[in-house]
Design a protein around this ligand. Sequence first.
Ligand code: NAD
Ligand code: UDP
Length: 333
Amino acid sequence: MARTLVTGGAGFVGSHLCDRLLAEGHEVICLDNLLTGTLDNIEHLFGHERFRFARHDVTNYIWVPGPLDYVVHLASPASPRDYLEHPIHTLKVGALGTHNALGLAKAKGAVFLLASTSEVYGDPQIHPQPESYCGNVDPIGLRGVYDEAKRFAEAMTMAYHRSHGVRTRIARIFNTYGPRMRLEDGRALPQFFVQALRGEPVTVYGDGSQTRSFTYVDDLIEGLWRLLHAEYAEPVNLGNPEEVSILQLAREIIALCGSRSEITFAPLPAGDPKVRRPEIARAERLLGWRPQVARRQGLERTLPYFRSRLARQAAGSARPAQRGVRAAEDGAR
Ligand code: NAD
Ligand code: UDP
Protein backbone atom coordinates (compact mmCIF):
# COMPACT_ATOMS: atom_id res chain seq x y z
CA MET A 1 0.00 0.00 0.00
CA ALA A 2 1.41 3.42 -0.98
CA ARG A 3 1.86 5.95 1.83
CA THR A 4 1.46 9.59 0.82
CA LEU A 5 1.92 12.92 2.59
CA VAL A 6 -0.20 15.82 1.34
CA THR A 7 0.83 19.24 2.64
CA GLY A 8 -2.01 21.74 2.42
CA GLY A 9 -4.40 18.78 2.39
CA ALA A 10 -7.20 20.66 4.16
CA GLY A 11 -7.39 23.22 1.36
CA PHE A 12 -9.59 23.25 -1.70
CA VAL A 13 -7.36 21.23 -4.07
CA GLY A 14 -5.66 19.27 -1.28
CA SER A 15 -8.89 17.85 0.13
CA HIS A 16 -9.97 16.60 -3.31
CA LEU A 17 -6.56 15.03 -3.77
CA CYS A 18 -6.82 13.28 -0.38
CA ASP A 19 -10.17 11.84 -1.53
CA ARG A 20 -8.62 10.55 -4.75
CA LEU A 21 -5.56 9.05 -3.07
CA LEU A 22 -7.74 7.24 -0.54
CA ALA A 23 -9.97 5.96 -3.35
CA GLU A 24 -6.82 4.60 -5.04
CA GLY A 25 -5.93 2.71 -1.86
CA HIS A 26 -3.21 5.01 -0.51
CA GLU A 27 -2.62 5.67 3.16
CA VAL A 28 -2.82 9.47 3.41
CA ILE A 29 -1.24 11.82 5.91
CA CYS A 30 -2.62 15.32 5.59
CA LEU A 31 -0.50 18.13 7.04
CA ASP A 32 -2.02 21.59 7.27
CA ASN A 33 -1.80 24.62 9.54
CA LEU A 34 -5.35 25.67 8.54
CA LEU A 35 -4.21 29.16 7.50
CA THR A 36 -6.51 29.21 4.45
CA GLY A 37 -7.87 25.67 4.60
CA THR A 38 -10.59 24.32 6.84
CA LEU A 39 -11.41 21.09 8.62
CA ASP A 40 -14.82 21.21 6.95
CA ASN A 41 -13.06 20.06 3.77
CA ILE A 42 -11.76 16.86 5.37
CA GLU A 43 -14.33 16.26 8.08
CA HIS A 44 -15.80 13.41 6.05
CA LEU A 45 -12.42 11.63 6.22
CA PHE A 46 -12.08 11.65 10.01
CA GLY A 47 -12.39 8.07 11.12
CA HIS A 48 -11.21 6.66 7.77
CA GLU A 49 -8.70 3.97 8.70
CA ARG A 50 -6.15 5.08 6.08
CA PHE A 51 -6.40 8.82 6.78
CA ARG A 52 -4.46 10.88 9.33
CA PHE A 53 -4.50 14.62 9.89
CA ALA A 54 -1.81 16.60 11.67
CA ARG A 55 -1.87 20.33 12.22
CA HIS A 56 1.57 21.55 11.31
CA ASP A 57 3.21 24.58 9.73
CA VAL A 58 5.52 23.26 7.01
CA THR A 59 7.85 26.25 7.32
CA ASN A 60 9.02 24.37 10.44
CA TYR A 61 10.91 21.08 10.29
CA ILE A 62 8.63 18.27 9.13
CA TRP A 63 8.94 14.79 10.51
CA VAL A 64 6.69 11.88 9.67
CA PRO A 65 7.39 8.50 11.26
CA GLY A 66 7.59 5.49 8.96
CA PRO A 67 8.07 5.16 5.22
CA LEU A 68 6.66 7.52 2.59
CA ASP A 69 6.23 6.82 -1.12
CA TYR A 70 4.96 10.23 -2.20
CA VAL A 71 5.13 13.80 -0.89
CA VAL A 72 2.65 16.12 -2.57
CA HIS A 73 3.42 19.71 -1.60
CA LEU A 74 0.36 21.95 -1.95
CA ALA A 75 0.72 24.08 1.18
CA SER A 76 0.56 27.77 0.26
CA PRO A 77 -2.02 30.52 0.21
CA ALA A 78 -3.34 30.56 -3.36
CA SER A 79 -5.91 33.31 -3.71
CA PRO A 80 -4.61 36.85 -4.32
CA ARG A 81 -6.61 38.06 -1.30
CA ASP A 82 -4.94 35.43 0.89
CA TYR A 83 -1.39 35.93 -0.27
CA LEU A 84 -1.67 39.70 -0.11
CA GLU A 85 -2.89 39.32 3.48
CA HIS A 86 0.00 36.96 4.29
CA PRO A 87 2.85 38.16 2.07
CA ILE A 88 5.75 37.06 4.27
CA HIS A 89 4.19 33.73 5.12
CA THR A 90 3.60 33.11 1.41
CA LEU A 91 7.28 33.69 0.70
CA LYS A 92 8.27 31.49 3.64
CA VAL A 93 6.00 28.60 2.69
CA GLY A 94 7.25 28.68 -0.91
CA ALA A 95 10.87 28.80 0.22
CA LEU A 96 11.29 27.18 3.67
CA GLY A 97 8.20 24.97 3.34
CA THR A 98 9.32 23.62 -0.03
CA HIS A 99 12.84 23.06 1.30
CA ASN A 100 11.50 21.10 4.28
CA ALA A 101 9.12 19.04 2.12
CA LEU A 102 11.93 18.24 -0.32
CA GLY A 103 14.24 17.29 2.55
CA LEU A 104 11.60 14.89 3.82
CA ALA A 105 11.10 13.37 0.34
CA LYS A 106 14.87 12.90 0.04
CA ALA A 107 15.15 11.27 3.48
CA LYS A 108 12.30 8.86 2.68
CA GLY A 109 13.24 8.19 -0.94
CA ALA A 110 9.77 9.46 -1.89
CA VAL A 111 8.52 10.93 -5.16
CA PHE A 112 7.93 14.68 -4.68
CA LEU A 113 5.28 16.72 -6.47
CA LEU A 114 5.22 20.52 -6.28
CA ALA A 115 1.99 22.45 -6.87
CA SER A 116 3.33 25.37 -8.85
CA THR A 117 1.20 27.85 -10.74
CA SER A 118 0.52 29.69 -13.97
CA GLU A 119 1.53 32.78 -11.97
CA VAL A 120 5.16 31.88 -12.68
CA TYR A 121 4.39 33.35 -16.13
CA GLY A 122 3.34 36.65 -14.48
CA ASP A 123 1.66 39.05 -16.92
CA PRO A 124 2.59 36.98 -19.98
CA GLN A 125 3.88 38.42 -23.23
CA ILE A 126 3.51 35.07 -24.98
CA HIS A 127 0.03 33.67 -25.48
CA PRO A 128 -0.91 30.88 -24.85
CA GLN A 129 1.83 30.00 -22.36
CA PRO A 130 4.04 26.95 -23.04
CA GLU A 131 6.26 25.54 -20.29
CA SER A 132 9.32 26.89 -22.14
CA TYR A 133 8.18 30.49 -21.52
CA CYS A 134 10.22 32.04 -18.68
CA GLY A 135 7.55 34.56 -17.73
CA ASN A 136 7.19 38.24 -17.04
CA VAL A 137 7.15 38.70 -13.26
CA ASP A 138 7.79 41.89 -11.33
CA PRO A 139 9.71 40.67 -8.26
CA ILE A 140 8.75 43.74 -6.22
CA GLY A 141 5.16 43.98 -7.47
CA LEU A 142 2.33 43.05 -5.11
CA ARG A 143 1.95 39.61 -6.68
CA GLY A 144 5.71 39.06 -6.46
CA VAL A 145 5.34 37.44 -3.04
CA TYR A 146 3.41 34.55 -4.56
CA ASP A 147 4.97 34.45 -8.02
CA GLU A 148 8.56 34.56 -6.77
CA ALA A 149 7.84 32.09 -3.96
CA LYS A 150 6.62 29.59 -6.55
CA ARG A 151 9.50 30.36 -8.91
CA PHE A 152 11.92 29.75 -6.03
CA ALA A 153 10.05 26.55 -5.15
CA GLU A 154 10.47 25.32 -8.74
CA ALA A 155 14.20 26.19 -8.66
CA MET A 156 14.61 24.35 -5.35
CA THR A 157 12.72 21.34 -6.69
CA MET A 158 14.95 21.13 -9.79
CA ALA A 159 18.05 21.51 -7.58
CA TYR A 160 16.98 18.55 -5.41
CA HIS A 161 16.35 16.57 -8.56
CA ARG A 162 19.68 17.43 -10.16
CA SER A 163 21.88 17.38 -7.05
CA HIS A 164 20.23 14.66 -4.94
CA GLY A 165 18.45 12.60 -7.58
CA VAL A 166 15.05 13.08 -5.92
CA ARG A 167 12.27 11.98 -8.29
CA THR A 168 10.41 15.27 -8.59
CA ARG A 169 7.39 16.57 -10.54
CA ILE A 170 6.28 20.17 -11.07
CA ALA A 171 2.63 20.89 -11.89
CA ARG A 172 1.98 24.41 -13.18
CA ILE A 173 -1.66 24.69 -12.20
CA PHE A 174 -3.95 27.19 -13.95
CA ASN A 175 -7.09 28.69 -12.34
CA THR A 176 -9.07 25.80 -10.88
CA TYR A 177 -12.55 25.85 -9.38
CA GLY A 178 -15.18 23.62 -7.85
CA PRO A 179 -16.81 22.64 -4.55
CA ARG A 180 -14.90 23.44 -1.31
CA MET A 181 -13.59 26.83 -2.40
CA ARG A 182 -13.98 29.21 0.54
CA LEU A 183 -16.91 31.57 0.13
CA GLU A 184 -14.77 34.54 1.08
CA ASP A 185 -11.46 33.60 -0.55
CA GLY A 186 -11.80 36.52 -2.97
CA ARG A 187 -11.08 34.65 -6.19
CA ALA A 188 -13.32 35.61 -9.09
CA LEU A 189 -15.32 32.42 -9.20
CA PRO A 190 -16.42 32.13 -5.54
CA GLN A 191 -16.87 35.88 -5.41
CA PHE A 192 -19.19 35.90 -8.43
CA PHE A 193 -21.22 32.90 -7.22
CA VAL A 194 -21.68 34.37 -3.75
CA GLN A 195 -22.60 37.81 -5.06
CA ALA A 196 -24.98 36.43 -7.69
CA LEU A 197 -26.72 34.07 -5.25
CA ARG A 198 -27.15 36.87 -2.71
CA GLY A 199 -28.45 39.22 -5.39
CA GLU A 200 -25.62 41.65 -4.68
CA PRO A 201 -23.69 43.57 -7.35
CA VAL A 202 -21.10 41.38 -9.07
CA THR A 203 -17.74 43.15 -8.93
CA VAL A 204 -15.72 42.97 -12.12
CA TYR A 205 -12.26 44.49 -11.83
CA GLY A 206 -11.08 46.72 -14.67
CA ASP A 207 -13.25 46.52 -17.78
CA GLY A 208 -13.40 42.71 -17.50
CA SER A 209 -11.56 42.16 -20.78
CA GLN A 210 -8.73 40.30 -18.98
CA THR A 211 -8.94 36.57 -19.60
CA ARG A 212 -8.44 33.38 -17.61
CA SER A 213 -8.84 29.67 -18.40
CA PHE A 214 -10.76 27.78 -15.73
CA THR A 215 -10.26 24.10 -14.95
CA TYR A 216 -12.82 22.03 -13.07
CA VAL A 217 -11.23 20.45 -10.00
CA ASP A 218 -11.88 16.82 -11.08
CA ASP A 219 -9.85 17.43 -14.25
CA LEU A 220 -6.99 18.90 -12.23
CA ILE A 221 -6.96 15.97 -9.80
CA GLU A 222 -6.80 13.53 -12.72
CA GLY A 223 -3.84 15.50 -14.12
CA LEU A 224 -2.04 15.52 -10.76
CA TRP A 225 -2.62 11.79 -10.34
CA ARG A 226 -1.17 11.03 -13.76
CA LEU A 227 1.77 13.39 -13.27
CA LEU A 228 2.63 11.75 -9.96
CA HIS A 229 3.22 8.53 -11.88
CA ALA A 230 5.11 10.03 -14.84
CA GLU A 231 8.90 9.87 -14.69
CA TYR A 232 9.24 13.52 -15.69
CA ALA A 233 10.91 16.33 -13.72
CA GLU A 234 10.35 19.37 -15.94
CA PRO A 235 7.23 21.50 -15.35
CA VAL A 236 3.91 20.44 -16.86
CA ASN A 237 1.02 22.87 -17.41
CA LEU A 238 -2.29 21.58 -16.06
CA GLY A 239 -5.15 23.79 -17.17
CA ASN A 240 -8.13 24.06 -19.44
CA PRO A 241 -7.32 25.90 -22.68
CA GLU A 242 -10.93 27.17 -22.86
CA GLU A 243 -10.28 30.90 -22.35
CA VAL A 244 -12.92 33.41 -21.23
CA SER A 245 -12.98 37.10 -20.35
CA ILE A 246 -13.81 37.88 -16.74
CA LEU A 247 -16.81 39.94 -17.84
CA GLN A 248 -18.17 36.96 -19.77
CA LEU A 249 -17.60 34.69 -16.76
CA ALA A 250 -19.54 37.11 -14.54
CA ARG A 251 -22.43 37.08 -17.04
CA GLU A 252 -22.43 33.29 -17.25
CA ILE A 253 -22.54 32.89 -13.46
CA ILE A 254 -25.33 35.46 -13.06
CA ALA A 255 -27.38 33.67 -15.73
CA LEU A 256 -26.69 30.22 -14.28
CA CYS A 257 -27.81 31.37 -10.82
CA GLY A 258 -30.95 32.92 -12.28
CA SER A 259 -29.87 36.09 -10.46
CA ARG A 260 -30.91 39.70 -10.94
CA SER A 261 -27.50 40.96 -9.83
CA GLU A 262 -26.00 43.78 -11.84
CA ILE A 263 -22.37 44.01 -12.78
CA THR A 264 -20.35 46.83 -11.22
CA PHE A 265 -16.85 47.75 -12.26
CA ALA A 266 -14.03 48.35 -9.76
CA PRO A 267 -10.38 49.30 -10.35
CA LEU A 268 -8.13 46.55 -11.70
CA PRO A 269 -5.64 45.46 -9.00
CA ALA A 270 -1.98 46.28 -9.75
CA GLY A 271 -0.18 43.57 -11.70
CA ASP A 272 -3.36 41.69 -12.67
CA PRO A 273 -2.38 39.58 -15.71
CA LYS A 274 -4.22 40.59 -18.89
CA VAL A 275 -4.39 37.13 -20.44
CA ARG A 276 -3.86 33.54 -19.34
CA ARG A 277 -4.27 30.31 -21.25
CA PRO A 278 -2.22 27.11 -20.99
CA GLU A 279 -0.48 25.40 -23.86
CA ILE A 280 -1.14 21.76 -22.86
CA ALA A 281 0.64 19.80 -25.61
CA ARG A 282 3.13 18.50 -23.04
CA ALA A 283 0.44 17.16 -20.71
CA GLU A 284 -1.37 15.60 -23.66
CA ARG A 285 1.77 13.89 -24.91
CA LEU A 286 3.21 12.78 -21.56
CA LEU A 287 0.08 12.03 -19.58
CA GLY A 288 -2.55 11.50 -22.25
CA TRP A 289 -4.44 14.18 -20.30
CA ARG A 290 -6.78 16.88 -21.38
CA PRO A 291 -9.68 18.43 -19.48
CA GLN A 292 -13.00 16.65 -19.90
CA VAL A 293 -15.34 19.08 -18.15
CA ALA A 294 -16.51 22.08 -20.17
CA ARG A 295 -16.97 25.34 -18.29
CA ARG A 296 -20.76 25.26 -18.50
CA GLN A 297 -20.79 21.75 -17.04
CA GLY A 298 -18.27 22.60 -14.31
CA LEU A 299 -20.19 25.71 -13.27
CA GLU A 300 -23.40 23.67 -13.10
CA ARG A 301 -21.68 21.12 -10.88
CA THR A 302 -20.32 23.89 -8.63
CA LEU A 303 -23.54 25.85 -8.15
CA PRO A 304 -25.20 23.44 -5.65
CA TYR A 305 -22.14 23.68 -3.40
CA PHE A 306 -22.31 27.47 -3.16
CA ARG A 307 -26.08 27.35 -2.71
CA SER A 308 -25.84 24.93 0.20
CA ARG A 309 -22.94 26.77 1.86
CA LEU A 310 -24.82 30.03 1.72
CA ALA A 311 -27.95 28.36 3.06
CA ARG A 312 -25.94 26.90 5.94
CA GLN A 313 -24.40 30.27 6.63
CA ALA A 314 -27.79 31.96 6.57
CA ALA A 315 -29.11 29.35 9.00
CA GLY A 316 -26.17 30.14 11.28
CA SER A 317 -24.99 26.57 11.20
CA ALA A 318 -21.60 27.20 9.62
CA ARG A 319 -19.21 25.92 12.24
CA PRO A 320 -15.68 24.59 12.11
CA ALA A 321 -15.40 20.82 12.21
CA GLN A 322 -13.59 20.90 15.54
CA ARG A 323 -15.23 17.83 17.03
CA GLY A 324 -13.45 15.19 15.04
CA VAL A 325 -10.09 16.89 14.95
CA ARG A 326 -8.75 15.69 18.28
CA ALA A 327 -9.47 12.10 17.34
CA ALA A 328 -7.91 12.64 13.91
CA GLU A 329 -4.78 14.23 15.40
CA ASP A 330 -4.50 11.50 18.00
CA GLY A 331 -4.64 9.01 15.17
CA ALA A 332 -1.68 10.73 13.48
CA ARG A 333 0.68 9.93 16.32
P1 NAD B 1 -6.09 26.69 -0.45
O1 NAD B 1 -5.79 27.99 0.19
O2 NAD B 1 -7.50 26.20 -0.41
O3 NAD B 1 -5.16 25.53 0.12
C1 NAD B 1 -3.88 25.75 0.58
C2 NAD B 1 -3.71 24.98 1.87
O4 NAD B 1 -2.36 25.15 2.35
C3 NAD B 1 -4.64 25.47 2.96
O5 NAD B 1 -5.32 24.37 3.53
C4 NAD B 1 -3.71 26.12 3.96
O6 NAD B 1 -4.19 26.10 5.29
C5 NAD B 1 -2.44 25.33 3.76
N1 NAD B 1 -1.22 26.03 4.21
C6 NAD B 1 -0.84 27.30 3.94
N2 NAD B 1 0.33 27.57 4.54
C7 NAD B 1 0.69 26.43 5.20
C8 NAD B 1 1.79 26.06 6.02
N3 NAD B 1 2.79 26.93 6.27
N4 NAD B 1 1.85 24.82 6.54
C9 NAD B 1 0.85 23.93 6.30
N5 NAD B 1 -0.21 24.21 5.53
C10 NAD B 1 -0.29 25.45 5.00
O7 NAD B 1 -5.60 26.82 -1.96
P2 NAD B 1 -5.78 25.81 -3.18
O8 NAD B 1 -6.51 26.52 -4.23
O9 NAD B 1 -6.25 24.50 -2.70
O10 NAD B 1 -4.26 25.68 -3.67
C11 NAD B 1 -3.46 24.54 -3.35
C12 NAD B 1 -2.13 24.65 -4.05
O11 NAD B 1 -2.32 24.68 -5.46
C13 NAD B 1 -1.33 25.90 -3.69
O12 NAD B 1 0.03 25.56 -3.59
C14 NAD B 1 -1.56 26.81 -4.86
O13 NAD B 1 -0.49 27.70 -5.04
C15 NAD B 1 -1.68 25.82 -6.01
N6 NAD B 1 -2.47 26.39 -7.11
C16 NAD B 1 -3.84 26.46 -7.01
C17 NAD B 1 -4.55 27.04 -8.04
C18 NAD B 1 -6.05 27.15 -8.00
O14 NAD B 1 -6.64 27.74 -8.90
N7 NAD B 1 -6.73 26.59 -7.02
C19 NAD B 1 -3.89 27.54 -9.16
C20 NAD B 1 -2.50 27.47 -9.20
C21 NAD B 1 -1.81 26.88 -8.18
N1 UDP C 1 -11.69 39.50 -10.41
C1 UDP C 1 -12.79 40.33 -10.59
N2 UDP C 1 -13.67 40.48 -9.55
C2 UDP C 1 -13.51 39.83 -8.36
C3 UDP C 1 -12.40 38.98 -8.19
C4 UDP C 1 -11.51 38.83 -9.24
O1 UDP C 1 -12.98 40.92 -11.66
O2 UDP C 1 -14.36 40.03 -7.47
C5 UDP C 1 -10.76 39.35 -11.53
C6 UDP C 1 -9.30 39.55 -11.17
O3 UDP C 1 -8.96 40.93 -11.23
C7 UDP C 1 -8.61 38.73 -12.25
C8 UDP C 1 -9.59 37.59 -12.51
O4 UDP C 1 -10.85 38.02 -11.99
O5 UDP C 1 -8.48 39.49 -13.41
C9 UDP C 1 -9.21 36.28 -11.83
O6 UDP C 1 -8.97 36.57 -10.49
P1 UDP C 1 -8.67 35.44 -9.40
O7 UDP C 1 -8.42 36.16 -8.10
O8 UDP C 1 -9.73 34.44 -9.45
O9 UDP C 1 -7.34 34.71 -9.90
P2 UDP C 1 -5.97 35.22 -10.56
O10 UDP C 1 -5.99 36.71 -10.75
O11 UDP C 1 -4.94 34.77 -9.61
O12 UDP C 1 -5.95 34.52 -11.85
